[in-house]
Each structure stands twice: as structure tokens, then as C-alpha cells.
Design a protein around this ligand. Structure first.
Ligand code: BES
Ligand code: MN
Ligand code: ZN
Length: 464
């Protein structure tokens, strides 16, 4: 169980109150407490520091409340979800949030609490069991649960090693998700990719014993059309341009884009968002074998554009290109691509921010605003037209790996945009999908980036 079941304690269950105490009012708050509490706070150095809990005891020694430090505005800006940093250390009991927190603060706290409960325990013989929360009033519990469940799915899929998360298993997970929500699914697999004209998905995946495929899931009968496309490279060796050990070490996460769009799809379907959803996942393993695609091969894509392969490690844009071309043949109102596409994106913005591209200023405004609202930081990057020349080689229409590597995330984004010509609004996320060291609500390992922001922005973008 990645998340405890149920995620929250029942409303009405007896719960120990937690109050948030800002640093600025910590002294005043303390002055109103019993002398024993004041002494204990002084001796332990408690002064409302962000995430620092002061456990309050009844006369019989039992826990009667928690004053949870809420720090300053600057502290909270510096440490995302920092108020939840130590909740796992609270005595095992049931809590709730009281006091004068705003609905927005309560919602962030409740979501953060749920996300903090996530543990990747598939290979652990002993499961963890921590304190419980009764959701405070003013919080939309079904929505918060849907977001937490979607995020847990994303994390689980990324965390599962490639030996247990190949194209077969990614397909099985998608089928299971489709079953739960009554979605329709079709899969084009192996040589059928050639007869159905997905040549680049086939070329990238054909060297693996685990057959490449395109997974196509649809859900919802009415509303605007939304298509999500996620990179499902279940392991990226780099192919014949093999990655050095240091770079290959994390490549079980190269299906992170697929994990992101499935997590987002879970949020959308669980809350019955009134959209017609389509999810496309090219699922392949970028492997090495005698029949692997090679540097300098020229591939003809589904769209007809030819691509000179200058690095077999720039495989994500190839499999995505055929999936995007298919998506674009039935243009949705909005198309969103998510992919662990380039190391350059991580160099540009680091592991905590999801860089995204779009030509639509309204969409961009909504996503950036939502990212701030739900504590899921995103940053817009430019589809810089003058760099188009960088992806044009001498002998084909497109180059999959421009020399020099200038603006590597931008040139990859421009490459993808070439395959989306009929759809009015296109968004592409170049995500990292990995939390390098444990942080509040995010244990080390797979993590969703941008999905919560998107989920929040979609109703505005699609006028729902
Ligand atoms: N999956 C990688 C990108 C990646 C690397 C994402 C590290 C996150 C962390 C992708 O397939 C890749 O190898 N891209 C190359 C492209 C280059 C050869 C043009 C890269 O970024 O080095
Ligand atoms: Mn690669
Ligand atoms: Zn890759």
C-alpha cells in the first residue's frame, strides 16, 4: 500500500487538535498557556519555527494538543510544505487541524499530510503506520484524496524498477486504471506498429525482448477534448550511444512522463471532470542489440517527416513524435505532453521545478498561477523560433540530437512541436520526476511535477 487505506480518519472520530502558530505570534500564544507549557517551550527552544511541533499534555500525561510552528512567510516560501516536515514524529494518534487557518491553508495541510503518508513499500517486508488526520472542515476531501492517489500512482510507477515495470507492466497498469474508471483502451504492439504506421516507436523499441507498443486510453463522453501524451521509456540505456554508468543509474524513471499522465488521468477520472480524455503512451525499452537503430540512420516518422538519428540516446522525442502525430490527427481542444526528455532541463531549473512550453499565453498564465496556488512549482520556457534551424540537419527534415547541445531542452521541445500542427493549444512538460533527497511530503524517489498544477488549471483553461 503506497498510501494508507483509508487515507484519512473519519470525520467525527475523536481527534487531537493541531493549531498552526506563526513565529510572529509565538510569544503571545505562549503567554496564554499554562506555566508548565511555557517552561517546556523555553527549555526545548520552541518559538513557532516552521514545522516544529510543541506537544501539549493533559494532567494525566496524555497528548492533548499540538502547537505546530508555522514560521514566517519567508520560511514557508523557502521550504515548500515545510509545516509538515515533522508530522511523522508525532505520537501515533488521530489529529485534526483547528484554529484560524484559511481554507486554502487547510487544503494544503491536508493534501500535504496525505502525501507525507506515501511510502514505496512494494519490496519492504514491513509496512509503516503513522499518525492519522481527520480532514478539517472546509477541505474538499474527495478532491484531495483523488490528487493524493494520483500522485501516489505516479510515484509508484517511477519507483518500480524496470524489471517489474516494462512495457507489459505499464500496459497492465493502464488497463487496470481503465477498468476502475470504465475507460476504453487499445494497444498497438510489436510488428503491428509497422503496419499501423508508428515507425519510430518501433525503431526505438525493437532491440528489446520486451515488445514496444502504443497504449491508447479514452474516457468520458462529453465536454472539451483533452489529450495527454506521456513518454514511456521503461528503461533508457541510451541505445548504441550507450549512457555512462553515472547517467544510466536513474533510468528506470524514464517512463516518468507516462507515470505523470496516468497520475493526472487518475485525478481527472476520479473527480469525474467533464472532459473527453485521451491518454497516449508510447511504451518501449531503449535497448542494445544487433537490430538496434543506429546513429546516422534516417527514420521516416508517422507524419512523414524524416529524422536523422545523431544520437540513439535522444529516443524520447522519437517515440513521442509518432504518438503526438496520431493525437494531432484528431485535434483535441488541448494537448499536453509530459516527458523526462532532456538532462538539459534539469541543468536549467534543477530538480524541484517543472519547466513547460506553450505558445498560448492564457494557458501559460493559468498553469503558472495554479502552480503557485497548489505548491507545485512550474516555469515557462520558450519555444524560441530562431532555434528551429538547430534541429534541421543536412540530409533529412529533422535532427534528433543537434550538435553542441545549446538549449537542449528547447530544441527537444521544438522537435516535438513539429508534430503538432492541427491542435490549437499544445503544452509540453520536460520533467525530472525524481526527488533527489527526502523533503517534506516528498520522500526520496519518484515524484510528480506539474500534474497538480495542471489538474488545478484545467477547469480554467477548458472553461469547465
Ligand atoms: N531520458 C533522457 C533524459 C534525461 C536524462 C532525463 C537525465 C532526466 C535525467 C533522454 O532520453 C536523453 O538521454 N536525452 C539526451 C538527449 C541528447 C542525446 C540530445 C540528453 O539529455 O542528454
Ligand atoms: Mn535517452
Ligand atoms: Zn530517455
Amino acid at each position: 500500500m503506497p498510501l494508507p487505506e483509508p487515507i484519512f480518519a473519519r470525520v467525527g472520530e475523536p481527534a487531537i487538535p493541531i493549531v498552526l502558530v506563526k513565529k510572529a505570534v509565538a510569544d503571545t500564544w505562549l503567554a496564554a498557556q499554562r506555566p508548565a507549557v511555557q517552561t517546556w517551550a523555553r527549555q526545548t527552544g520552541w518559538s513557532g519555527q516552521l514545522g516544529n511541533p510543541l506537544i501539549l499534555q493533559a494532567a494525566d500525561g496524555s497528548v492533548s494538543g499540538v502547537a505546530l510552528g508555522y514560521g514566517t512567510g519567508a520560511d514557508r516560501a523557502r521550504k515548500r510544505f515545510g509545516v509538515l516536515a515533522n508530522i511523522a514524529t508525532l505520537p501515533k494518534a488521530t489529529y485534526t487541524l483547528t484554529g484560524d487557518a484559511t481554507d486554502r491553508e487547510k487544503t494544503a495541510f491536508t493534501l500535504g499530510w496525505a502525501l507525507s503518508q506515501y511510502h514505496f513499500d512494494r519490496y519492504k517486508s514491513k509496512a509503516v503506520d503513522g499518525p492519522k488526520l481527520v480532514p478539517p472542515s472546509g477541505v474538499d476531501v474527495p478532491r484531495t484524496s483523488a490528487v493524493a492517489t494520483g500522485e501516489a500512482l505516479t510515484r509508484d510507477l517511477i519507483n518500480t524498477p524496470s524489471s517489474d515495470m516494462g512495457p507489459d507492466e505499464l500496459e497492465a497498469v493502464t488497463r487496470a486504471l481503465a477498468d476502475v474508471h470504465g475507460a476504453r483502451i487499445t494497444v498497438t504492439k510489436g510488428d503491428a506498429l509497422l503496419s499501423q504506421n508508428f515507425p519510430m516507436i518501433h525503431a526505438v523499441g525493437r532491440a528489446s525482448t520486451r515488445a514496444p507498443r502504443l497504449i491508447d486510453m479514452s474516457w468520458g463522453m462529453a465536454g472539451p477534448a483533452l489529450t495527454l501524451v506521456g513518454k514511456g521509456v521503461c528503461f533508457d540505456t541510451g541505445g548504441l550511444n550507450i549512457k555512462p554508468a553515472s547517467s544510466m543509474g536513474l533510468m528506470k524513471k524514464d517512463m516518468g512522463g507516462a507515470a505523470h499522465v496516468l497520475g493526472l488521468a487518475q485525478m481527472i477520472m476520479a473527480t469525474k471532470m467533464p472532459v473527453r480524455l485521451r491518454v497516449l503512451i508510447p511504451a518501449v525499452e531503449n535497448s542494445i542489440d544487433g537490430n538496434a537503430f543506429r546513429p546516422q540512420d534516417v527514420l521516416t516518422s508517422r507524419k512523414g517527416l524524416t529524422v536523422e538519428i545523431n544520437n540513439t540516446d535522444a529516443e524520447g522525442r522519437l517515440v513521442l513524435a509518432d504518438a503526438l502525430a496520431l493525437a494531432d490527427e484528431s485535434p483535441p481542444d488541448l494537448m499536453i505532453c509530459m516527458a523526462t526528455l532532456t538532462g538539459a532541463a534539469r541543468v536549467a531549473v534543477g530538480p524541484d521545478i517543472a519547466p513547460y512550453y506553450t505558445d498560448d499565453p492564457l494557458v501559460s498564465h493559468a498553469i503558472t498561477q495554479a502552480g503557485q496556488d497548489v505548491l507545485d512549482p512550474v516555469w515557462q520556457m520558450p519555444f524560441h523560433d530562431p532555434y528551429e534551424a538547430m534541429i534541421e540537419p543536412d540530409i533529412a527534415d529533422l535532427d534528433n540530437a543537434p550538435k553542441g547541445g545549446f538549449a537542449g531542452s528547447i530544441t527537444a521541445a521544438l522537435f516535438l512541436r513539429r508534430f503538432v500542427t492541427q491542435t490549437a493549444r499544445f503544452v509540453h512538460f520536460d520533467c525530472y520526476g525524481w526527488q533527489p533527497a527526502s523533503a517534506p511530503t516528498r520522500p526520496k524517489g519518484g515524484v510528480g511535477q506539474g500534474t497538480r498544477a495542471l489538474f488545478d488549471a484545467l477547469p480554467k483553461v477548458l472553461n469547465l
